[in-house]
Design a protein around this ligand. Structure first.
Ligand code: DAH
Length: 344
């Protein structure tokens, strides 16, 4: 038994020394020192020894266990250090390497334009309409009739407006003015509201016209709102959006839902007023329609026109963006060409 123990110890220590990693080392320990390992197998024979041999072999078995454990601990420390340094070497980071290039997303020039328009009106006390009061799929009533359009108005024609096939009188709105009616129906004055959104028109697409475009509608209703308020607010807007030095002019116009009605022109950015193709040689480009809300419209939404008055306006976002950013073709906003979009 003594020989067995000594041979086993030599083998175990030898194997421990040769272990090349922590897993192997762990397996060797199990093989010799676990409950069912070789040392315990030998120990189980001790009970059959003579009383003289028992203490000697018992003691030797304990010393053998101690020696194997000591060899294990030493080897463990070496292999552990080795595994850490291997790990560090394999996971080494070169912090001076340049990172992967991830291109930034950017806001679309039309989004930037709408945001700027809205923030200018915010500063004048206007608040954003609820989305629910500004639907893109709309009835003929909110898009036209409630806005005082006569039944035979040409804009109501299928040539000009996209009607849906789902229901009679259901259409894609041709103007954001529908939100005026929806808001005023629900909320009593005083009102100062701004309503940006998409509109649709059945038109031949060209450098100046697209079937889909954006408008920002706005209106103010209160006691004693005058045309002077309209002029003050809209001049403040054009001054902030285009800069005070940019010439603008008011021109009389007509809309079914305003009386009197005006249009505002801004001097053409392409030719600085001298006349070019973009402005049809006039030197001016129209940016918005506006006017004092027609008493008929107020009556339709149960606001007493003898007590209240208001003004409204609607501007074309693409037109404003083209004039500010010197873009000469509306289609550029919709083509999703990154070379165009990344300039803004
Ligand atoms: N809805 C008109 C259009 O699309 C623009 C407009 C004109 C809106 C006058 C208004 C307004 O609110 O008062 O051409």
């Amino acid at each position: 038994m003594q020989t067995k123990l000594e041979q086993m110890k030599t083998r175990a220590v030898e194997e421990i020394k040769n272990a090349s990693n922590l897993n192997e080392l762990q397996e060797i320990k199990i093989k010799y020192l676990s409950r069912k390992g070789e040392l315990n197998t030998i120990r189980r024979g001790i009970k059959d020894l003579s009383p003289e041999e028992k203490p000697f072999i018992g003691d030797l078995a304990n010393k053998t266990a101690g020696a194997i454990e000591k060899a294990f601990d030493e080897s463990y420390e070496t292999l552990y250090k080795q595994s850490i340094s291997e790990k560090l070497a394999s996971e080494k980071l070169d912090v001076t390497l340049p990172g992967d290039f991830v291109p930034y997303g950017k806001q679309h020039p039309l989004t930037l334009t709408v945001n700027e328009i809205v923030s200018i009106f915010y500063k004048m006390g206007f608040t954003l309409v609820d989305e629910a009061d500004s639907p893109e799929v709309e009835t003929e009533y909110y898009n036209f009739d409630a806005l005082n359009f006569p039944p035979d108005h040409p804009a109501k024609d299928m040539q000009d407006t996209f009607y849906t096939l789902n229901a009679p009188n259901l259409l894609l709105r041709s103007q954001t003015s529908n939100s005026q009616i929806r808001k005023m129906e629900k909320t009593p004055p005083p009102l100062r509201v701004i309503s940006p959104g998409r509109v649709y028109r059945s038109e031949a697409v060209s450098s100046r016209k697209n079937n889909l475009f954006h408008q920002v509608e706005g209106f103010m209703v209160d006691k004693e709102v005058t045309f002077g308020d309209l002029k003050g607010v809209l001049n403040a807007f054009t001054g902030q959006f285009f800069g005070q030095e940019r010439p603008t002019r008011f021109r009389t116009s007509f809309f079914p839902f305003t009386e009197p009605s005006v249009e505002i022109d801004v001097q053409c950015i392409i030719c600085a007023g001298s006349g070019c193709r973009t402005c049809s040689r006039s030197g001016w480009l129209e940016i918005l329609g506006a006017g004092m809300i027609d008493p008929n419209v107020l009556q339709t939404v149960n606001i007493d026109p003898d007590k209240y008055s208001g003004f409204a306006f609607g501007m074309g976002v693409e037109r404003l963006a083209m004039l500010k950013l010197a873009v000469n073709d509306i289609r550029l906003f919709f083509n999703n060409d990154i070379r165009f979009l990344e300039q803004f």
